[in-house]
Each structure stands twice: as structure tokens, then as C-alpha cells.
Design a protein around this ligand. Sequence first.
Ligand SMILES: *Cc1c(COP(=O)(O)O)cnc(C)c1O
Length: 215
Amino acid sequence: MLVEGLPAQVKLIAVSKYQPQEALLQVYATGQRRFGESHAQELVEKYQALPKDIEWHFIGHLQTNKVKMIAPFVAMIQSVDTPHLLAEIDKQAARCERVIPCLLQVHVAREETKFGFAPEELLQWFLNKEDDPVKRFAHIRFCGIMCMASNVDDETRIRADFRLAHSILERIQQERPELTDFKECSMGMSGDWQLAVEEHSTMVRIGSAIFGVRG
Ligand SMILES: *Cc1c(COP(=O)(O)O)cnc(C)c1O
């Protein structure tokens, strides 16, 4: 078991950014197939070199000009943080004749530097009936939301961030019950995944606790 105590129904993304290919292969050998990367170039190199049954999740800030590099093979883009980026993913997915599963990144942390939609901004844009993103972007599968909690020690704060993120997922599910794929709540990293799971995470993204910290 890669992450001791992780409930079986919570999907594990092994975050392999900056890790050499041998390290991924060691984890692959244990049966792990979902890996997360945060740089497009690094992801393309690993995709080309490593086994083809790996499910690659993109979790970092994605520049629009890099979407076409990963569109042919990426399993899920978890870090959609603007309508503009979504439009580009839709366009590149159409060119590849595929539908790309995506998560909407919501900014719930206190830090100003983190990417993502502000909660109210996300709800207003996504639930807009006049210009429905689900209708507009036919090559996107909307699968849920992703967030990063505040980078602090205060458990109460972290839990509040996760609760806010999960409440946004629930709100969208209530307003759009027909979106049956909209069910993932990707939250929790090495330092806070237990709290995230208590707050209804369906997918955790764990790097250093699996691979160790790279010096
Ligand atoms: C690096 C990263 C992780 C994993 O962080 P660890 O603390 O190493 O587990 C998770 N999510 C995102 C978005 C990341 O960039």
C-alpha cells in the first residue's frame, strides 16, 4: 500500500513532478497507474518514455500555448483556472477528436499567489444559463473541482478550505443534476490528505509522502 490508511474508494494520484523515470517505474511496479505532473514538457517526455497504460493527470498551472502538447494523451486536466484556458483545451481536444476530462480549480486558500477561480466567480460563470460552458465546450467532460488548502499548520483553517471547496461541488451538483460526471473533489496532498478525506475528498494528490522529498 503506497499511502497507508487511504480508503479504497479515494483515488490516489501519485505526484511525480521532478522525479526521475526510474522512480516512477518503481511506483508503477506496485500497481499504481495514476500519476500527476505539473509541467507540460516534463509530462510529454515521461509519457513518451514510460508505459502506455499510465493515466496522466495534469495538476499545475497550464499556459494556453502548452495545451496542444498534452491534449493528445492527457487523462485529466485538474487545474483549469480560467474560461480562456478551458476554451483552448476544448479547441485542442476537438483537433485530437477526443473529449478531455477536466476539473475546475477553485481558489480557497488564503495565499494570494495560488491559481484558481474565486468561489463566487466560479459559480456565476459555470451556472450561467445564458452562456452555458457545458453546451459551449463539447470536447470537455466536466468532472468536478480541484483545490489546494492554505499552506499553514492550523487544522481548522485547512478544514475550512476543504469544506468550502466541497460545498461548491455540492452546489453545482444541486443546480445541475444532469451533469452525472461532475463528482470528483480533488483535494489533499502529503501534509493534509487525512483532513481532506474527512471532508469528502474523492481524489488525493500525493507526492513527497510517496517519493520522498527531492533535494
Ligand atoms: C506538488 C503538488 C502536489 C503534491 O504535493 P506533496 O506535498 O508533495 O504531496 C499536489 N497538488 C499539486 C497541485 C501540486 O503541485
